[in-house]
Design a protein around this ligand. Structure first.
Ligand SMILES: OC[C@H]1NNC[C@@H](O)[C@@H]1O
Length: 446
């Protein structure tokens, strides 16, 4: 049996656009994901978050489920278009939903953990110079974050400024798979810079407000990159893949500079870094209280002269999830050790880890998702090994509490430990939820 520390924070995670629905309710205006999902060909079968899990109306039932599972904390995100439906126009009715949600959580003794930005940028911000491409987005974001701190500051112990800036910049402005769907790498790096800058400015605002008992950090999705062979060129490919996925965000936050090797590589593609202004890196690297780590899989790469990153993905030997991601728990251990060694001794939380598998409701009305139990158990073992070696890991949030809108994949991919029948909105605790309940009760895994 593997025991976890006494106060280990067991949780589950979701995000606003993926579960709430109610996209036109109580003053909310469209986000870039409302626009993107309604654009032909952008999401699986044209799926949108219009209804999703109808969480906006069913939040009490969902908090009941959290209580039933016995989580200590619940990570959700706040929809910016509910709070500021127009530039400079605060919408108290939008904020009231989150006050109701937080009250419900606190009544059940569940710690609210709020992500300020989980990709649902207000459409009005995008309409003003491309959203994160416009340096004014920093100002808009700080106004939004400050209002959250004013209204919810001391009832939310853990604040996360951004979820996965790599996705909201590179995947969204460079690769084009996510909203707003641009395919311009210079834009991707400009967006990344402004997102990171907004993170730093929000942390400064948070510090100035001196909010008792609350902590602030950021959540990065990190994908360890391994060379396909011991050849020097494959090692170089892995270095660039690591810079692309990880160091471009870790270095500015923890070292106060962008990685040199990537600056050199990128300068050939995007020209001048004229969007980096004096003092920006000092702001981006202001001290934070914790690091959120979202981990799903690793990459294995070989050298490829023709690719921008000089790296081409090579499929790994492990089993895959429904997303096609290789299952590699040992890489989570490697990642945590590397973060501890090279970046920070701050408390870390695994703010997302989980998997999509083919889930179906069987005759007995249950969902026997053994593969998901296996996935989570193996990753918890890796986490426990890191903790056992003195690693400062304080908690683990399963992605996700419930099946939800998986972005470009729509509802075709199920990550939840709770099954959602989208026709009826019925929730069914999968075997993984029942198993996780026991893990939390015993604070250990077999
Ligand atoms: O792909 C699974 C998850 N990854 N991190 C961000 C979440 O919004 C995704 O659903």
């Amino acid at each position: 049996m593997i025991k976890f520390p006494k106060d280990f924070l067991w949780g589950t995670a979701t995000s606003s656009y993926q579960i709430e629905g109610a996209v036109n309710e109580d003053g909310r205006t469209p986000s870039i994901w409302d626009t993107f999902s309604k654009t032909e060909g952008k999401t699986y079968n044209g799926h949108t978050g219009d209804v999703a899990c109808d969480h906006y109306h069913r939040y009490k039932e969902d908090v009941e489920i959290l209580k039933e599972i016995g989580v200590k904390a619940y990570r959700f995100s706040i929809a910016w278009p509910r709070i500021f439906p127009e530039e400079g126009k605060y919408n108290p009715k939008g904020m009231d939903f989150y006050k109701r949600l937080v009250d419900e959580l606190l009544k059940k003794d569940i710690m609210p953990t709020a992500t300020i930005y989980h990709w649902d940028l207000p459409q009005w911000a995008y309409d003003k110079g491309g959203g994160w491409l416009n340096r004014d987005s920093v100002k808009w974001y700080v106004e939004y974050a400050t209002k959250l701190f004013e209204e919810l500051g001391d009832v939310i112990p853990l604040w996360i400024t951004h979820n996965e800036p790599w996705c909201s910049s590179i995947l969204s402005y460079g690769i084009g798979e996510h909203a707003p769907g641009h395919k311009n790498y210079r834009e991707a790096l400009i967006a990344a810079h402004h997102i990171l800058l907004s993170h730093g400015e929000a942390v400064k605002a948070f510090r100035e407000m001196n909010i008792k008992g609350s902590k602030i950090g950021i959540t990065l999705n990190l994908t360890p990159a391994y060379p396909a062979s011991e050849k020097e060129e494959d090692k170089l490919a892995a270095q660039y893949a690591d810079g692309f996925a990880n160091r471009w965000f870790l270095d500015p936050i923890f070292k106060g500079n962008y990685p040199e090797d990537m600056m050199e590589l990128y300068s050939k593609i995007i020209g001048e870094f004229d969007f980096i202004k004096e003092g920006d890196l000092e702001t981006i690297s202001v001290p934070i209280d914790f690091l959120g780590v979202n981990y799903y899989t690793r990459s294995i790469v070989k050298y490829d002269e023709d690719s921008m990153l000089k790296a081409e993905n090579v499929p790994g030997p492990g089993k895959r999830t429904e997303m096609g991601w290789e299952i590699s728990p040992e890489s989570l251990y490697d990642l945590l050790k590397r973060l501890d060694r090279e970046y920070t001794k701050l408390p870390m939380y695994i703010t997302e880890n989980g998997a999509a598998f083919k889930d179906e409701v069987t005759e007995d009305g249950r969902v026997h998702d053994d593969e998901r139990i296996e996935y989570i158990k193996e990753h918890l073992k890796a986490a426990a090994k890191f903790i056992g070696e003195g690693g400062n890991l304080k908690g683990y949030f399963v992605w996700s509490l419930m099946d939800n809108f998986e972005w470009a994949h729509g509802y075709s991919k199920r990550f939840g430990i709770v099954y959602v029948d989208y026709e009826t909105q019925k929730r069914i605790l999968k075997d993984s939820a029942l198993w996780y309940k026991e893990v939390i009760q015993k604070n250990s895994i077999e």
